[in-house]
Design a protein around this ligand. Sequence first.
Ligand code: MN
Length: 363
Amino acid sequence: MTEEIRHAAATDIGLARDTNEDSFLTQPPLFAVADGMGGHMAGDVASRLALEALAGKGVLGADDLADAIREANQHVHNEATARPELRGMGTTITALVAGPKDVEIAHVGDSRAYLLRGGSLKRLTTDHTVVERMVREGRIDPEEADHHPQRSYLERALGVEPDVDVDSYHISIEPGDRILLCTDGLTTMLTEDSIREILEGESAADDASKRLVGAAVDAGGSDNVTVVVIDYPGSRVEVSPAPMEQKAPKQARGKRRLLVRAGVIAAVALIALLSLRALALSRWYVGADQGRVVIFRGIPGVISKVEERTEIPVTSLPEVNQDRLGEGISASGRSDANEIVGNLREIREDYGSEPPYPSESSP
Ligand code: MN
């Protein structure tokens, strides 16, 4: 291939957030997106730190990429441990090394990589979310998953624990392949069909990335949105479907295979459970308990810990808010949860002088 690989990136804060916690990296042949989480500015710090750590590695091979991401995990985790204001921060990461004939992808979280080939769009990564697991287990439909209130709860994120499992993928490239890396701000706002249409309709990577981000913002922009588009030279038409293999995590092929004994499996399962619990408890939401509005840590219906009970009776609020409290209103951190409670308090005050609920002094 004599022509160059072309690329472009775009990001937007969206219409609903105060900060852009997404980050991207375009340092050919290395590309990545990251979507940070945590209160205040911590999410922003997490995604930036992760990509800085990755950029500093000068990554090339497939195994190097996964190793570099594990190192980035340690780096983010160390910072989160050392600085109280950053405690609990984490980030998704979807990173790619674009070789001349193939690409290596390494991935943690719910950002995604897609391949546009021969007019069809194929998702290359699996989301590490509670909801995606529920789909895999057949407990909910994929269509339900798209609108599920807990769709952004991660089962795995970078920086939350001292170690992280990294998914690795290898794809052989054909001429004209176009690859998209994106954060969930794109995929929660646009259907895969609209994403495919835009990628098909814009021949320049720059135009495609700007239009994708613009469309996500126009569709509501409820989250930060970030995309990276990578184009291989050649015409983008009728070729065979993408051959793709997912590699087993590197360690699984080595020493770990020898450790298949019941005791070890039980210990691993326990550790996984505890990590999952720690990760779940790093999330925040506002819900209802004993008739009052309550701030929780955890995931509604999965694991919850009461953090603060308010004086606000649930029945003092309009039905729409009651419904949302029933499902749990997710918050990006403690201060966000406080803000949601503040809003509910205002809604309650505005909700008329004759409350349709028994006053607090009545039996
Ligand atoms: Mn996001």
